[in-house]
Design a protein around this ligand. Structure first.
Ligand SMILES: Cc1cc2nc3c(=O)[nH]c(=O)nc-3n(C[C@H](O)[C@H](O)[C@H](O)COP(=O)(O)OP(=O)(O)OC[C@H]3O[C@@H](n4cnc5c(N)ncnc54)[C@H](O)[C@@H]3O)c2cc1C
Length: 239
């Protein structure tokens, strides 16, 4: 496969793996499909040194994460390493919900989110009150069963292949696929094309299952009746 780089260089490779995320530049080589907006906006904010600076919030989040759902809205806080916490405010909204808002103005975004979540319990709103910066991440997805006609010399994995709602599957699938493809090439038959074709088949089947689960999850969690979604989690079976 011939690759043309932005600086004008060209090089030919036995296999090009598009592991370049939602807006993959490699994807058009195999598929004309582009991500579409889910109707759910997401604004991310951050807490640092949560155990020291916000012990009450640290207890609320625990060692993992906490998610609170209301009508067409959700607030999710996820503990990362080193006392860092990511907070996601998710809500159903048109793409241009921020038309009259300067997204670079931290206090304006904070006020807008606090107004959106007006009436929620104070400890939950503190996740927004103490957030240090706000990053707008509208949620986009690829179709649930995104596949393509196998093309010799190029493939996709991760979000480039199967962008889905962020409900705990995407990063795990991307890492799994990277390892699986590498192992298949290292230990598989001499025919690289055959190895890649078989890998794609396995990836498509697994990703379609998780895309269906996470798409249904987002539909039901950020919805007029999020309680209904709890039943869905009971049905999720690990591979
Ligand atoms: C808010 C949010 C929360 C999430 N939470 C979770 C979670 O808890 N658990 C989970 O499993 N998943 C989660 N996900 C999903 C997860 O982040 C993605 O599925 C995962 O990052 C996909 O990995 P990837 O390597 O395919 O793509 P990416 O992580 O997007 O990596 C692609 C890389 O390619 C690079 N790149 C792109 N274009 C080019 C180019 N032209 N040249 C060079 N480099 C390029 C990018 O800079 C990037 O480093 C979440 C996603 C979001 C948005």
């Amino acid at each position: 496969m011939l690759v043309q780089f932005a600086d004008g260089r060209e090089e030919t490779f036995d296999l090009v793996v598009g592991a370049d995320g939602a807006w993959s530049r490699v994807r058009p080589a195999v598929s004309p499909v582009t991500p579409h907006y889910t109707g759910v906006a997401s604004v991310e904010t951050f807490l640092d040194e949560v155990d020291i600076r916000h012990p009450d919030l640290a207890r609320l989040i625990g060692d993992g994460s906490v998610a609170v759902y209301g009508v067409n809205r959700a607030l999710v806080a996820q503990r990362n390493s080193g006392g860092h916490v990511r907070v996601y405010a998710q809500f159903r909204a048109p793409m241009d919900w921020h038309a009259n808002l300067d997204l670079a103005d931290v206090e304006a975004v904070r006020s807008s989110l606090l107004a959106l979540f007006d009436g929620w319990a104070d400890p939950v709103l503190d996740l927004l009150r103490h957030g240090s910066a706000f990053v707008h991440r509208p949620l986009y997805v690829l179709p649930v069963s995104h596949t393509w006609a196998h093309t010799c010399g190029v493939t996709l994995l991760g979000d480039a292949a199967h962008l889905m709602p962020p409900l705990g599957a995407g990063a795990n699938l991307a890492m799994w696929e990277g390892a699986e493809l590498a192992e298949s090439i290292a230990t598989g038959s001499e025919d690289l094309d055959e190895v890649v074709r078989a890998f794609e088949g396995r990836m498509w089947e697994r990703a379609a299952r998780w895309a269906a689960i996470t798409t249904a999850g987002l539909e039901r969690l950020v919805s007029p009746d999020p309680a209904e979604a709890l039943a869905l989690f009971d049905q999720v079976q690990p591979d």
